[in-house]
Design a protein around this ligand. Structure first.
Ligand code: ADP
Length: 370
């Protein structure tokens, strides 16, 4: 089967890596000539936001999917019309592309998400009490396009673009759950992952899976995933990012209609990874079991501050000596501060052991430049 992926980044790369054990041909489209997928697939250098480029890329494929949601959805709609399978369907991509539509989607389907107000422009009177969060309708990514407005003085910093004004949640934990649905309507859910942020230890980039949750909290999450999967009514793999607040209530922060950073530890930590699951979704195969073997965690390898240029992974030899520790690099030759260059997965028998190992590994490696 000819499988086309819009985007040629690490998510696509790991999908292809995982799927190479089957018999398919992968095609990727990305504006960067040295994108992570460029030398492991049939690669087209081009802009996935451009209508004609996407149409041209997709027209001879059996199925077209995405590894980034900021793509030209109108071109995907045209491909769908021409009988090319698009996963996930265009409607849900369009909804998720705009924060406003996404929030309205949750409201319509009775999926708990923080209270909000739509601000189409800067004339809108803000009714939300302080403090609140402003999220740009489009263009936000990796924490950019999100700001907290705490005081009356902060009002002057409000962005003028269309945005969502959302109530500030008193967050206890940030969680993520990856769900999948194939064309036959079969669904499978991965165990819940915690995204750990501990500013004291500067542990900003850990995932831990599974998370111990009370029956009540797990029930809330199950209800969210069920409602979400019914509402999208589309084949796809989705990462639902959640807030658990300090009163024990679960809220949906946002959803990604694709593979997600919060699922990387599934590569070694679960019976099957999110990448295997995505492959099965794309091909409408029976979905894979997602059981966790024990505790698994991930830390992102991010370009260190102050280093730009040809990448060097300092300390990697020592990491390679550790048991149950797995390095994944994304094939990016140039590092810059904050750039995601790879990740390391770690397995353990308990959460405590896992945290210890993650902290240790984090202290051993540094992504620098020549
Ligand atoms: P992005 O998609 O850019 O990562 P998010 O919507 O996930 O943006 O927001 C980034 C971070 O901001 C979240 O991980 C969370 O820590 C914080 N945040 C976002 N919305 C809220 C909210 N309503 N209340 C409290 N914190 C929030």
């Amino acid at each position: 089967m000819k499988i086309g992926i819009l985007g040629g980044g690490q998510l696509g790369r790991m999908l292809i890596q995982s799927a190479l054990k089957y018999d398919d041909e992968f095609y990727t489209l990305d504006p960067a000539s040295d994108a992570p997928c460029s030398n492991i697939s049939h690669f087209t250098e081009g802009n996935f936001n451009d209508y004609e480029t996407v149409l041209h890329f997709g027209k001879d494929k059996d199925v077209v999917t995405i590894e980034i949601e900021h793509v030209n959805a109108d071109a995907l709609a045209e491909l769908e019309k021409q009988g090319i399978k698009v996963v996930p369907n265009v409607a849900i991509i369009k909804t998720i592309q705009q924060k406003i539509l996404q929030k309205e989607f949750y409201k319509t389907h009775d999926i708990p998400s923080p209270e909000f107000q739509v601000a189409w422009n800067s004339d809108e009177k803000i009714m939300m009490p302080l403090p609140f969060v402003q999220k740009m309708n489009t263009g936000g990514y990796d924490g950019k396009g999100v700001q907290v407005i705490k005081t009356e003085e902060d009002y002057q910093h409000l962005w003028k673009e269309a945005s969502v004004i959302e109530s500030l949640v008193d967050i206890d934990k940030e969680l993520s759950v990856i769900v999948a649905r194939n064309e036959n309507g079969e669904t499978k859910t991965f165990p819940v992952t915690e995204m750990v942020a501990d500013p004291k230890l500067n542990l900003l980039d850990f995932n831990i899976c599974p998370v111990f949750l009370s029956e009540d909290i797990q029930r809330q999450i199950d209800s969210i995933t069920e409602k979400f999967l019914n509402a999208v009514n589309s084949p796809g793999l989705f990462a639902i990012e959640l807030f658990l607040d300090k009163t024990g209530k679960v809220w949906v922060n946002e959803t990604a209609p694709r593979l997600h950073n919060s699922g990387h530890q599934s590569q070694e930590g679960n019976a099957n990874s999110q990448f295997e699951q995505m492959y099965r979704v794309v091909k409408n195969l029976p979905l894979a079991d997602t059981d966790a073997f024990g505790y698994s965690g991930m830390l992102n390898l991010v370009g260190a501050e102050g280093y730009t240029g040809k990448v060097i992974y300092e300390g990697m030899d020592d990491v390679l000596k550790l048991p149950q520790t797995y390095i994944h690099l994304y094939g990016k030759t140039e590092t810059k501060p904050g750039r995601k260059m790879g990740h390391i997965n770690v397995l353990a028998d308990s959460r405590e052991e896992l945290m210890e190992k993650l902290v240790k590994v984090k202290g051993m490696v540094k992504v620098i430049a020549e």
